[in-house]
Design a protein around this ligand. Structure first.
Ligand code: ZN
Length: 360
């Protein structure tokens, strides 16, 4: 069936609980219970009361690291972020299959569960070169029309503290990456200004968005977040900067949380949360209530960091609701909204990238 063929899904259950016939064309919903009936050439599909939901966006995933589709990987014990990073490098040499094969298998699984777009954080380091960026880009290009994929060049092993990485990051933007990534300017690099000078300077020069991993907790995390917000406004990059994880925000409460939320909303800095295991999860309700764009993602899926994850964002919405103790219908809907819409709004993964990704 050609992608533009109109399709009438009969008896779908809409978000407000009623049954309706849903007409789609060119991949978009055009009407419920179309008054003139289905158009000529329309294909009819009996939905049988299945729930119709907006498809989710995976706003933070690491497909180059995954073992998806491959054999079991036994993980090393790890107590610190440094242990995990070093174990990741050692494991990578043992994982069979190319980055293109493994990430492609994960993309197919995500698309099969309804994911329409993903922001892929892909390792860039002297030990890997740009091989992972090339592999994930090739997998994404092979799935054009199925899934929109943005590639973030991610300095997992450090940026300023890992000589040669900055040059590779800059090069990656011409070789498959859409977005420049960062990682704990203080916690990993120990050089806040050094990392942020490079990131913002390159982002402005190359006209690309930024997505910075910030697992640092309070108070250093908040200090970095505040500086990122200040530089975002100075650089005129409102709506083009995302901070991933931002565990420090989860540590805040009351007036401090409200003030940080206002700062993020005013500077157009979005946040991404993954609702992982024992990690802090963002107070999504408070943040969105202040106008902060919050999206959700899988993070690592069955890689050297974790044996968990499945790239299924419906399950991620469940985890987000569970971790934030959602109970009421409104709270549950708000969690799904973060997963389905947070990544698709202005400034989110579907709209902040360069022209490389087909943004429909
Ligand atoms: Zn990540």
């Amino acid at each position: 069936m050609a992608p533009h063929t109109p399709v009438l899904f009969t008896a779908v259950r809409t978000a407000d609980g009623r049954l309706a016939d849903q007409l789609t064309a060119d991949g978009r919903i055009v009407a419920f219970d179309p008054p003139d009936g289905p158009p000529t050439g329309c294909v009819t599909v009996e939905a049988g009361g299945a729930l119709a939901l907006p498809s989710p966006v995976d706003a933070h995933i690491h497909p180059d690291k995954t073992t998806w589709g491959g054999p079991w990987l036994s993980r090393e014990p790890a107590r610190t972020l440094g242990d995990l990073i070093e174990g990741d490098v050692r494991a990578r040499a043992r994982i069979p299959g190319s980055a293109a094969e493994r990430s492609g298998a994960l993309m197919d699984a995500a698309a099969a569960h309804g994911t329409r777009a993903m922001r892929a954080h892909v390792d860039v380091a002297p030990v890997y070169g740009l091989s992972a960026v090339h592999g994930v880009r090739a997998a994404a290009d092979a799935r054009t029309g199925l899934l929109d994929v943005q590639v973030v060049a991610f300095p997992q092993l450090g940026l300023i503290s890992r000589p040669g990485t900055a040059e590779l990051l800059a090069r990656s933007l011409g070789e498959g990456a859409d977005i420049l990534g960062g990682l704990d300017p203080l916690g990993v690099d120990g050089d806040q200004d050094g990392q942020l000078d490079f990131l913002f300077g390159t982002a402005v020069r190359e006209d690309v968005p930024l997505d910075i991993h910030l697992p640092d907790g309070t108070p250093v995390g908040v200090r970095q977040l505040t500086e990122i917000a200040r530089r975002t406004v100075d650089a005129g990059m409102e709506g083009r900067v995302t901070v991933s994880h931002a565990f420090c925000v989860a540590d805040l409460a009351g007036d401090e949380l409200a003030a940080t939320a206002r700062l993020l909303a005013e500077s157009g800095v979005a946040l991404t949360t993954c609702a992982l295991g024992a990690d802090p999860v963002l107070p999504t309700g408070v943040l969105t209530g202040h106008g902060v764009l919050v999206a959700a993602g899988s993070d690592g899926v069955r890689d050297a960091w974790s044996p968990f994850g499945d790239g299924n964002m419906i399950n991620r919405a469940h985890l987000l609701a569970y971790r934030t103790d959602a109970r009421t219908d409104d709270e549950l809907v708000a969690c799904y909204d973060v997963v389905a819409q947070g990544g698709g709004r202005p400034g989110g993964p579907r709209s902040g990238a360069s022209q490389r990704v087909a943004l429909k």
